[in-house]
Ligand binder design. Structure first.
Ligand SMILES: [Zn+2]
Length: 300
């Protein structure tokens, strides 16, 4: 499923561009969307030749083009944007949008071409995401609806007010659960990072951590509880000792001499657990994952 970009995400009026604060907000908002889409390789951006023509022939419409390429931020946006385009043939007629989009840029043809692009998606009954500019962000649960007189179906895209909302749509297991020992650390840490931002308000980790080879071998090729493994590990790393000792982790010491502990990943009847070592320097060494039916010594 591809995404639409509200033109006000890409185009800015000269007066706003000359206002340093507005320019910073505009660039950060656009860059965050593009960086997130790139980082998690989420989708392409629907685009048309007509919109492209406005982009290349009217540099004043989008000051992040041309002379501003010397700005590294603009150069990054330029590269990320152009590698993500997917062209679609626009219809000659436009559709309507409710509630209306505010138009913060100067060339209103852009808005017309955008509605022709969306009309084409209605015609092809294509579902999509919709990233909006700062001035077009809606309250939670509110949506934009695209409709027309000539088609009976409407298009209600999945709205993204902010780049951070992309995390909801990342398939963390598919993308980051390691299937082999190669790149294990990097993949696994990235998967945990997504879960931390998505489900734990991006709380800081209270421990640094490493994975033993035993742990890695106990993780790869798992078929069940993959997201639960990520979630339990993040929950452990952001929790104080007192918080971790309670449900659902029930963190407990099983060998004081070896400093070995364990916490629960899933509850009975599917009890699964992770063992770890807490080193003197407060770092956690993940030792092994015990799946369903694999009895760890401490549980006996
Ligand atoms: Zn129509």
């Amino acid at each position: 499923m591809n995404t639409l970009f509200d033109p006000s995400l890409l185009f800015i009026a000269d007066n706003d561009w000359l206002d340093e604060e507005k320019q910073d907000d505009f660039l950060a908002h656009l860059l965050n969307h593009l960086a997130c889409i790139d980082e998690y390789d989420i989708c392409k951006i629907w685009w048309t030749d007509e919109l492209q023509t406005i982009l290349v022939s009217n540099p004043n419409m989008h000051p992040w083009y041309g002379k501003d390429l010397s700005n590294p931020l603009v150069a990054t946006i330029y590269k990320l944007f152009y590698t993500r385009l997917e062209l679609i043939e626009a219809l000659d007629t436009i559709c309507q949008i409710t509630p209306p989009l505010s138009i913060t840029y100067t060339n209103e043809n852009t808005h017309t071409h955008f509605l022709q692009l969306v009309h084409s998606l209605i015609n092809q009954e294509v579902a999509c995401y919709f990233c909006v500019g700062i001035s077009n962000q809606l309250k939670p649960l509110k949506r934009y609806t695209f409709s027309c007189d000539c088609h009976t179906n409407t298009l209600i895209p999945t709205l993204l007010n902010n780049a951070k909302e992309w995390l909801t749509y990342v398939d963390v297991v598919e993308q980051f659960f390691p299937a082999s020992l190669t790149d294990f650390e990097e993949k696994f840490a990235k998967g945990m990072e997504v879960i931390k931002q998505r489900a734990f308000e991006d709380k800081p980790y209270l421990y640094s951590f490493t994975f033993t080879n035993n742990f890695k071998r106990s993780i790869v090729n798992r078929r069940t509880f993959k997201e639960e493994i990520f979630t339990a590990m993040v929950r452990k790393l952001v929790a104080t000792a007192a918080e971790a000792s309670r449900n659902p982790l029930q963190d407990e010491c099983i060998d004081a001499k070896q400093k070995e502990y364990r916490f629960r990943v899933t509850q009975r009847p599917h009890s699964t657990r992770i063992h770890y070592k807490l080193n003197d320097d407060n770092t956690i060494e993940f030792l092994r994952y015990y799946g369903e039916g694999e009895h760890d010594d401490g549980l006996r």
